[in-house]
Design a protein around this ligand. Structure first.
Ligand code: G4P
Length: 525
C-alpha cells in the first residue's frame, strides 16, 4: 500500500443531518472532544459566536440566532482522519445544505427520541437516499423519556423507507436510563450510580438481562428482555452490503449531552463507514487512489472576511494528493490555476496546509475563478464530475433595483450571489429577475447582502408560487410558453423551468399534459 492509499483508507468524510434541536451541535462537539480537537464543551458554540463577531453580514444571523452557513471540521481519532461537514439544520436552510451532501461519503442522522422523524430530517434524508450513500442513525436524548425504541424503528422504516438495524439497544430510558447493550459485540456499556462509564464484555452464554438483575427495576428488565428477543427473532438481519448502499441504517442510541453511547457509536461508525469512494465523471469512475489530482467545488462563500472581500471556494478532493502551490486546470474554462494559499479547517481555526488527500476539503481563495460544481484536475481536458444538481426551491420573489441607475451593480450582485448557490435565479421572458430559495431566510440574506456588499437597495415582491419543475424537452417548453397562463422561466443555464402555485395546480397540469416530462432538479438535463 502506498502513502496515498494509506491516507485514503483512514479518512471518513461525513455530514451530520438533523431537524433543528435534535442535538447536532452537541454531538459534533462530543466527537471533537473525543478526537482532542477541542478541550472544553461549549467550544463549538463559542466558535460560532466568534465568527459572528468577525463578520459583518452575519450580523443578520446573530439577530436571528441561527447559523446560515455551513463549515468544515477536520480532526484525528484513533488513527482515523475525520472530516465533518456541517449542515445547518434550521428550517430556513438553503441549497448550500443540500450541496454539502454531495461532497460526503456517509451521513449521520440524529433523531430526537421524543420527537421521532421530523420534517427537516425527511428532506435531508431523501437527498442522501437518492445518492445511495450510507446513513448511520443516532437516536439522541435517551436521558429523557421518549418514544419506545420499537416505535422509532417502525417510524424510520415507514416514514423514511429504509431498513433499520439497531447495533445497540438502550437499557432503560429517561430517569431509568442506564446505558446501552451492544448487540454486535455482546457488551454492556454501563453507567454506575456515580455516572462513571463501565464496559462489560459478556461471554457467549451470558444473557444481558442476567447481568442486569438487581440493577434495574423488574419492569424495565422484563421489557428489555422481551424487546431484545423480539429483535433477534423478528428484526432485520445485519446486512453490510445494504448498509454500504444506503438501504439499511445501523441505529445507535445515546445521549449526546452526557456522552452516553457516543464513544461506541464512533468506534462502530469508523469501522463500518466507507473511506472516500470512486466518483462518477464524464470519463468513467475516478478512483481516489488515481495518482492524478482532481476535485470539485461544492460550496463558495463570499466575504468570509469583509475587510478583504474574499471568497473561499470549498473543494472536495476526489483523487490524488494535493500539494500547496500545485497547478491545476479548471475544466469549465480550460484555464490553468495555481492553488496558492490553500486552507484547511479545524475545530477552532483555519490553517494553511501543505498537503491533503481524497476526502479532505480544501478552502481556496477565490477571486472569481470558481463556480459551484467546477471540476479541477491536474491535467487539461480530462474529465469532469458533472454539474451539481440544483434543488427545487419552495419560495419565489421578483426582485429589482430600486434605483434603475444601479442596474449594473444589481446584475453583478445577483450573479455573484447566485454563484454561491444559496439562491437560484430565473429570468422571465420579459427579462425580469425571479429568485427561488429553499428557505425564506435567504431572501433576507439576499436583500441585506445586496445592500451591504453591492450598494443596491432592492424592491422585493414575494410570489405565491411554491413549486419549480425543470422541463426536460425544449420543444415542450416553447409550446408551453405560448400560453400566458404558464409561468415558464429560464434558469442560469437557460434551461426551462415551470413554476406552480401549489400541488393542486401541478397535479392539474400533469393530468392535462401527461406527455410532458418534468423533473424535480436539473440533474441530467
Ligand atoms: P442542533 O444543533 O441540532 O440544533 O441541537 P443542539 O446540539 O444545539 O441541541 C439542542 C438542545 O438539545 C440543547 O439544549 C442541547 O443542550 C439539548 N441536547 C442535546 N443533546 C441532548 C441529550 O442527549 N439530552 C438532552 N436532555 N438534551 C440534549 P438548549 O437548552 O436548547 O441549549 P443549551 O442552552 O443547552 O445550549
Amino acid at each position: 500500500m502506498n502513502q496515498l492509499q494509506k491516507e485514503i483508507r483512514r479518512r471518513r468524510t461525513f455530514a451530520i443531518i438533523s431537524h433543528p434541536d435534535a442535538g447536532k451541535t452537541t454531538l459534533t462537539e462530543k466527537l471533537l472532544l473525543l478526537g482532542g480537537a477541542i478541550r472544553t464543551a461549549g467550544a463549538v458554540k463559542s466558535r460560532k459566536a466568534e465568527k459572528f463577531a468577525t463578520s459583518d453580514w452575519m450580523e443578520l444571523e446573530k439577530k436571528r440566532g441561527i447559523s446560515v452557513t455551513s463549515s468544515v471540521m477536520q480532526f484525528e481519532y484513533n488513527g482515523y482522519k475525520l472530516n465533518i461537514l456541517d449542515t445547518p439544520g434550521h428550517q430556513d436552510f438553503s441549497e448550500d445544505t443540500y450541496r454539502t451532501l454531495m461532497a460526503v461519503d456517509s451521513v449521520v442522522m440524529i433523531i430526537d427520541a421524543a420527537k421521532g422523524v421530523e420534517p427537516q430530517t425527511i428532506k435531508l434524508f431523501k437527498v442522501c437516499r437518492d445518492r445511495g450513500i450510507p446513513i448511520f442513525t443516532f437516536i439522541n436524548k435517551l436521558d429523557r423519556q421518549g418514544k419506545e425504541p420499537l416505535e422509532l424503528f417502525e417510524e424510520i422504516e415507514d416514514v423514511l423507507g429504509i431498513e433499520s438495524y439497531p447495533i445497540n439497544y438502550p437499557i432503560g430510558m429517561g430517569q431509568s436510563f442506564r446505558g446501552v447493550y451492544d448487540r454486535m459485540e455482546h457488551k454492556i456499556e454501563w453507567y454506575n450510580d456515580r455516572r462513571e462509564r463501565q464496559v462489560q464484555d459478556l461471554s457467549e452464554v451470558e444473557a444481558v438481562t442476567d447481568i442486569l438483575k438487581g440493577k434495574l427495576d423488574d419492569y424495565t428488565l422484563s421489557q428489555l428482555e422481551e424487546n431484545l428477543l423480539l429483535l433477534d427473532e423478528a428484526g432485520n438481519t445485519f446486512d453490510f452490503e445494504a448498509v454500504t448502499s444506503g438501504k439499511q441504517t445501523p441505529v445507535f442510541f445515546g445521549s449526546a449531552i452526557s456522552s452516553f453511547g457516543v464513544p461506541t457509536f464512533l468506534d462502530h461508525y469508523l469501522k463500518m463507514a466507507p473511506d472516500p469512494q470512486p466518483r462518477k465523471s464524464s470519463g468513467g469512475f475516478v478512483r481516489p487512489d488515481d495518482k492524478q489530482f482532481s476535485g470539485f467545488v461544492f460550496k463558495i462563500q463570499a466575504n468570509m472576511n469583509p475587510a478583504h472581500r474574499d471568497r473561499v471556494a470549498f473543494l472536495r478532493i476526489c483523487s490524488g494528493a494535493f500539494e500547496k502551490g500545485m497547478t491545476v486546470y479548471l475544466d469549465r474554462t480550460g484555464k490553468q490555476l495555481k492553488l496558492a494559499q490553500p486552507q484547511q479547517f479545524f475545530a477552532d481555526s483555519r490553517e494553511m496546509i501543505d498537503e491533503a488527500y481524497p476526502g479532505d476539503i480544501v478552502g481556496l481563495y477565490d477571486t472569481g475563478f470558481y463556480q459551484i460544481g467546477d471540476t479541477v484536475c491536474a491535467s487539461k481536458d480530462t474529465f469532469n464530475f458533472g454539474a451539481l444538481p440544483q434543488f427545487p426551491p419552495e419560495h419565489f420573489a421578483k426582485v429589482r433595483a430600486k434605483n434603475a441607475m444601479k442596474q449594473k451593480h444589481f446584475l453583478k450582485g445577483v450573479n455573484q450571489l447566485a454563484q454561491e448557490g444559496a439562491i437560484q435565479v430565473y429570468k422571465t421572458p420579459f427579462e425580469e429577475t425571479i429568485l427561488g430559495v429553499v428557505g425564506t431566510l435567504q431572501f433576507d440574506v439576499f436583500v441585506y447582502r445586496m445592500q451591504a456588499e453591492y450598494g443596491v437597495d432592492l424592491d422585493i415582491e414575494r410570489m405565491p408560487h411554491q413549486i419549480a419543475k425543470w422541463i426536460v424537452s425544449r420543444e415542450d417548453a416553447e409550446a408551453l410558453r405560448r400560453n400566458a397562463n404558464n409561468l415558464v422561466v429560464s434558469d442560469y443555464k437557460d434551461r426551462p423551468v415551470i413554476i406552480f402555485e401549489n400541488d393542486f395546480s401541478l397535479r392539474w397540469f400533469t393530468q392535462k399534459h401527461p406527455e410532458i416530462e418534468l423533473r424535480d432538479s436539473s440533474h441530467n438535463i
